[in-house]
Design a binder for this molecule. Sequence first.
Ligand code: SD4
Length: 333
Amino acid sequence: MQRRKFLKNSGLTAAGLVTASAVVSCKTENKTEEEAVVANAPVTPIKPIVVCTWNFYNASEKAWEVLSKGGSSLDAVEQGVMVEEADEKNETVGKGGRPDRDGNVTLDACIMDKDGNCGSVVYLQNIVHPVSVARKVMEETPHIILAGKGAEKFAYEQGFKKEDLLTESTRKQYEEWLKTSKYETTINIENHDTIGMLAIDENGDMAGACTTSGMAYKVGGRIGDSPIIGAGLYVDNEVGGATATGVGEEVIRTVGSFLIVELMRQGKSPQEACEEGVKRIMKKNEGRKDFQIGFLAINKNGETGGYCVHPGFTYREYSANGHENREVKSFYN
Ligand code: SD4
């Protein structure tokens, strides 16, 4: 009891010395009384905060701008990832994304809010901002996923403009690719890829978004994990959120982001949950080294973590504590 009083009165928690990880990672274990006191100590959650896959500086900067002015996590993640969708130099997302093997740029995106509402578009063409169309699906229709021509028609009805998404650069690359037409997945394309973003606003509410042009030179009609709620993205406002990048087929097979959120619900830290997520995938792919997956997670306290198959995956974190690009540990070294 003495010790309990000391901890209560010492200001230890207020000083932030009892970390979110101490609480979250210990939740399920048997405790001595002292450990239980530490584990049950209140934590000051880090908020607002935003994280995104890879070193997407401009996107996280935009999301932070929204959050730091008191904006919602939903607006932050939408406006954050839109930066990459509009960036023609980013050849894995939005305008300027690499096409499928028929030369068509087809985009996948989804968004999820604090109440578990979600919207998604798959195989969407000619629209620069699929994440915003996904938000419209969430807010303006009774549905969750719209695909292809239907999604495109809906986008025009909502006022989105038609635009050619193929650029000079991606057209040339495609013409070059046609000479061999060899499909192979590239690990850590240009050190960036799909953008998945998770944010907690100053009210402590969480949202997430994920957007991509998918695997370059995929079979026409292919859809990856990124727009699939539970695979490329999942948010549970009581627990945390997760998002994925890499070969979507493998993420879908384990319903990766949902799995990670559920592991956090069971008491794992975001880091531990991401590691377990990758290990589940590798268990089904023993010895396989030809693909990359990167998972990123955040819990309700603003504690973050990431893990990947091969070295190279990073995530960017932005809060009042500063912003940094974090390299994550990997299954293979
Ligand atoms: C997909 N996960 O379509 C996405 C794209 C990606 O490396 O991250 N590619 O499978």
